[in-house]
Design a protein around this ligand. Structure first.
Ligand SMILES: Cc1ncc(C[n+]2csc(CCOP(=O)(O)OP(=O)(O)O)c2C)c(N)n1
Ligand SMILES: CC(=O)[C@@H](O)[C@H](O)COP(=O)(O)O
Ligand SMILES: [Mg+2]
Length: 643
């Protein structure tokens, strides 16, 4: 039996109001207990551990100093908010994190009044904070907005767009830059180097010169208190920073694990009559848990693990992960094609671009969290004759939609989009579901859109995309491991816009299931069950949402009573395209029944992916039910009498 850690002081704190009753000298113990509690909880649930460990003291200090929830605390991404959840009335549910019916792994408005803004995609916090601050200003309401943003998230353009506008918030907006010198992978680019220079001790100013500078800038009261805090403060720099040029009072860098530094500085910032202020806090990802601190990824996202040893639960040996199949295939293709490049937006391991980078470092580009830039960068490469693969999760590609339309599609540039995490993704929930890409891409002129049914198909599609220079081409595939088919030695170049029959044939049957992507396995199972009920079933792997295999659809329509489309994508995907074609051509005029099965019109909460697909109605039994109801057959497959 595992025992929970002893947390006598934390046990007295249910909300920040309880925390504020503590004496400053008790906060160290509280933070230690908070860290222990978080490690224990995430050990049993899995989740984003390293980022939360790094902000234990910061979370404690913010809730101690500020009047949350009236002061609005906005965590960027929200993956670091587990300590915040524990301190804001959710400790009793912390061991339900990311489990069905349990707490979200991110901040969520519906979960707590202490989560004023939901997140999970990065770099939104300053804009949202500015909105809260300006609303309060207009309504003459008290309350500050505090946006906490990581150095990784700070690489996205949106953060700068917000800072560029922030002056109007005055002292109602405080941005805390949590600089742990990590994104999911080590951070990249000039900004990261700039922050590193600011943090390097050679650039610290002594506290006295800081204090005199701050006195001129944010007032005598602050000056006096800074003097009081002098012995606690490691060092601060003001003046001449990028952030100052953007209109912020810059304070920092300060040690984000030292509560004796954090508390007085945050109090000063809170009481300052000028702003906006940016506080630059330096932390360590994974802080206080040796296995995390020692790991390359600082335990960014972990499965369940043994708290004592740090050993992570092993996933079952099985087929390779889709991302690795993609990365390795592309690396191989690039051996004989020096035009191939790979781009990731801060997800090198998640997309498999790390595998490509190992083999071809000069042609692999991690652009940081900057999907918009990544797509247009790829467009530039393509325009100059390269063969770029923009490997971006479906959900994150949403952010670059205008670049996809304006920079890629309108110019018909052959950018290859390797779209990982297509479909439902499990514990990350609605914010990370790859639901919409088929809809938003297959509606664009010039685009080719493919979906891989299994890992062998992914190999073929990667090769097909490499060889396709006529315009933009996308291929999507799910999160997780393949289905266990053999990987081809030699990839096939697929004929554009042609599907394949994987069961039965075009020449006749009762039912035809038209599957797009990785629901193919469920479609096959459904076909087995339908056959067992005496309903001859053809299964097609459509491969392409665009262009459609119209010839195949016409044949299947002419030789079957029911066509059912199945896809792990929202309305507007394969089903909509098939229906549109069928109605344009009058394929249903003779009594053919078409049914479309797709993701439901709702944002589905986190759960085990199989259960999410059950909720979505996209598993085999539901396909069978859909066919039977279209045929007006009962569950035994017997035709019911018509009323
Ligand atoms: C728009 C977008 N792209 C990519 C991601 C995936 N992602 C989640 S956290 C993260 C790293 C964030 O780094 P940082 O902001 O420094 O936070 P840390 O984890 O270091 O605390 C990335 C790339 C995302 N959430 N949103
Ligand atoms: C917080 C975030 O956006 C990422 O850490 C994401 O959770 C990674 O998802 P995968 O586990 O699917 O790579
Ligand atoms: Mg970081």
């Amino acid at each position: 039996m595992t025992t929970r850690p002893q947390t006598p002081l934390l046990d007295t704190v249910d909300t920040p109001a309880d925390l504020r009753k503590l004496k400053p000298e008790q906060l160290r113990q509280l933070a230690d207990e908070l860290r222990t509690e978080m490690i224990d909880a995430v050990g049993s649930t899995g989740g984003h551990l390293g980022s939360g460990l790094g902000v234990v003291e910061l979370t404690t200090a913010i809730h101690y100093v500020f009047n949350t929830p009236e002061d609005r605390l906005i965590w960027d991404v929200g993956h670091q908010a587990y300590p915040h959840k524990i301190l804001t009335g959710r400790r009793d549910r912390i061991r339900t994190l990311r489990q069905a019916g349990g707490l979200s792994g991110f901040t969520k408005r519906s979960e707590s009044e202490y989560d004023p803004f939901g997140a999970a995609h990065s770099s939104t916090s300053i804009s949202a904070g500015l909105g809260f601050a300006v609303a309060n200003k207009l309504n003459k309401k008290p309350g500050k907005a505090i946006a906490v943003i990581g150095d990784g998230a700070m690489s996205a353009g949106m953060a700068y767009e917000a800072m560029n506008n922030a002056e109007q918030a005055g002292n109602r907006l405080i941005v805390i830059l949590n600089d742990n010198d990590m994104s999911i992978a080590p951070p990249v680019g000039g900004l990261s180097a700039y922050l590193a220079r600011m943090v390097s001790s050679s650039e610290y100013l002594g506290l006295r010169s800081l204090a005199s500078k701050v006195a001129n800038k944010i007032g005598r009261r602050v000056y006096n208190s800074l003097h009081k805090a002098e012995e606690y403060t490691r060092g601060m720099v003001t003046g001449g920073t990028l952030f100052e040029e953007l209109g912020f009072y810059y304070v920092g860098p300060i040690d984000g694990h030292n509560l004796d530094h954090l508390i007085p500085v945050l109090e000063n910032v809170r009481d300052s009559d000028q702003g906006p202020v940016l506080v630059h806090v330096v932390t360590t990802k994974g802080k206080g848990y040796a296995p995390a601190e020692d790991s390359a990824d600082k335990y960014h996202g972990v499965p369940k693990f043994d708290v004592v040893t740090g050993e992570k639960a092993k996933s079952k040996a099985g087929p390779p992960a889709y991302q690795n199949v993609f990365g390795e295939t592309l690396a191989k293709l690039a051996e004989t094609d020096d035009r191939i490049c790979a781009i990731t937006a801060a997800m090198p391991s998640g997309t498999g671009v790390d595998k490509f980078a190992k083999a071809h470092p000069d042609r692999a580009f991690d652009v940081g969290i900057a999907e918009q830039h990544g797509v247009t960068f790829a467009a530039g490469l393509a325009a100059q004759g390269m063969r770029p693969f923009a490997a971006i999760y479906s959900t994150f590609l949403q952010r670059a939609y205008d670049q996809v339309v304006h920079d890629v599609a309108i110019q018909n540039l052959p950018v290859r989009f390797a779209i990982d995490r297509a479909g439902l993704v499990g514990a990350d929930g609605a914010t990370h579901a790859g639901s919409f890409d088929v809809t938003y891409l297959a509606s664009l002129p010039n685009f080719v859109v493919m979906a891989a049914a299994d890992e062998a198909e992914l190999v073929h599609m990667t090769y097909t995309a490499a060889e396709y220079d006529e315009g933009p081409i996308a291929f999507r595939y799910p999160r997780g491991n393949g289905v266990g088919v053999d990987l081809p030695e030699i990839p096939q170049k697929l004929e554009i816009g042609k599907g394949r029959i994987v069961r039965g044939d075009e020449s006749g049957g009762k039912v035809a299931i038209l599957s797009l992507g990785a629901r193919l396995e469920e479609a096959r199972k459904a076909a087995d069950q339908l056959e067992a009920k005496g309903l001859a079933t053809t299964v097609a792997d459509m491969r392409f949402a665009k262009p459609l295999d119209e010839e195949m659809i016409r044949k299947l329509a002419a030789t079957h009573d029911v066509l059912v489309t199945v896809e792990e994508a929202s309305i507007g995907g394969l089903g909509a395209h098939v229906l549109t074609m069928a109605s344009d051509e009058g394929l249903t005029d003779g009594g053919l029944k078409i049914r479309t099965m797709r993701l439901p019109d709702m944002f589905q909460d986190h759960d085990d992916p199989a259960k999410q697909y059950d909720e979505a109605g996209l598993n085999a039994p539901q396909i069978v039910d859909r066919v039977l109801s279209a045929l007006r057959h009962n569950s035994a497959g017997v035709e019911e009498a018509r009323a």
